[in-house]
Design a protein around this ligand. Structure first.
Ligand SMILES: [Zn+2]
Ligand SMILES: [Zn+2]
Length: 362
């Protein structure tokens, strides 16, 4: 049991309070990590706003990196002193999803109601997104951490844990983009920029970014988009003109606004794949014509956490970063202390930020 500082959400939409909480030692199969950096992801924001049902009080934060400080019984392949990413992908290794190499869809549901965090009076604090990394330390399942090089900057590494694997994985793993494919990415925020990077890495021919904000389209070009289209009116017509009259082989929706899905199928070429990445709030619906989907053998599929296999995908993503082929540092728009978390969330809410990162001192 150790005492740590954490950002607690006590009421949805209200400011976080920085409080001292208790973190129990890692049990069998668990790892304790001292957090060095944790980025603010849109999912943290959605939970904080009460967009998805969850218990309170809670600690959010799941896009993190740090150093292992202790391991529980039976943990192998990781030891105190190792630099690691901390993710929300908790997997059992034995369910049908896991044995088919889709651990992000793990069906085990081994998400203990009694997490490792408690208030000083002993009452439980919900470990939001199975991580709770807006805190000085976390205790998570072994499957949620993956080793990174010791000299990797922690702020850049933290981004890989969610936004990067979600976007790059959606393009590479889920959409299966091949050299020569024409691609549309709707939404040029943190995840969208990484979907664009993934499409570029996979060899896409033309990558059209669609966003309402013209400044984001400029940023999208820096990350590999070949064209930008304003997301007003009938943007699919403009995209098809760019593709010489044909639709897109892959359309990746990287925004959580449900109405965007009403339009997304309109961008598709015959045989094209629509990949749903952005998560609308609970209860939000969408409607679109199914006729073309059947007639033109199109695919509509979801991608959760980029369908990542951490031990397979993180090492190559790290290498591409180190070779200058994948941008991470440029994704960071602000650095904040834990005490400044409410300002960091306000800045994320404004929509202008790429990624705000909470950085912890020694
Ligand atoms: Zn996230
Ligand atoms: Zn599983």
């Amino acid at each position: 049991m150790q005492k740590i500082r954490a950002a607690i959400c006590r009421a949805f939409g209200e400011d976080f309070t920085i409080e001292e909480v208790h973190l129990r030692a890692p049990m069998a199969g668990e790892v304790e990590v001292k957090i060095a950096a944790c980025a603010v992801c849109h999912s943290d924001f959605s939970y904080h706003q009460g967009g998805w049902p969850a218990p309170l009080p809670a600690v959010y934060g799941h896009e993190a990196a740090g150093t292992v400080t202790a391991v529980g019984e039976g943990v192998s392949g990781i030891a105190p002193g190792d630099a690691v990413l901390v993710t929300l992908v908790r997997s059992c290794g034995t369910c049908p999803a896991c044995i088919n190499a889709h651990p992000a869809n793990c069906e085990a549901g081994n998400h203990a109601p009694d997490g490792p965090i408690t208030l000083p009076d002993g009452s439980p604090v919900h470990q939001g997104l199975d991580a709770g990394a807006f805190a000085e330390a976390v205790v998570v399942d072994r499957s949620q951490v993956v080793k990174i090089p010791a000299d990797m900057p922690m702020e850049a590494a933290a981004l890989i844990s969610c936004g990067v694997i979600t976007g790059v994985g959606a393009a590479v793993n889920t959409a299966g983009i091949r050299p020569g494919d024409d691609v549309v990415v709707i939404g040029a925020g943190g995840v969208g920029l990484n979907a664009i990077q993934g499409a570029r890495i996979a060899g896409a021919r033309r990558i059209v970014a669609v966003d309402l904000n013209p400044e984001k389209l400029d940023v999208a070009r820096e990350f590999g988009a070949t064209h930008g289209v304003a997301g007003e009116g009938k943007p699919w017509q403009e995209a098809k003109a760019i593709f010489g009259g044909r639709g897109a082989d892959a359309v990746l929706v990287a925004v959580g606004a449900a109405p965007v899905y009403d339009q997304a199928v309109r961008y598709l070429a015959p045989g094209g794949r629509l990949v749903a990445v952005g998560l609308p709030r609970a209860g939000a619906g969408s409607s679109f014509q199914m006729l073309g989907v059947g007639r033109f053998a199109q695919t509509i599929t979801g991608s959760y956490m980029g369908d990542v296999v951490l031990e397979r995908d993180v090492p190559w993503i790290v290498d591409l970063y180190r070779q200058g082929r994948l941008r991470l540092d440029e994704l960071i728009s602000g650095r904040w202390t834990l005490e400044q978390i409410n300002e960091a969330f306000a800045d994320t809410r404004s929509g202008a930020a790429r990624r705000n990162v909470i950085v912890f001192g020694d």
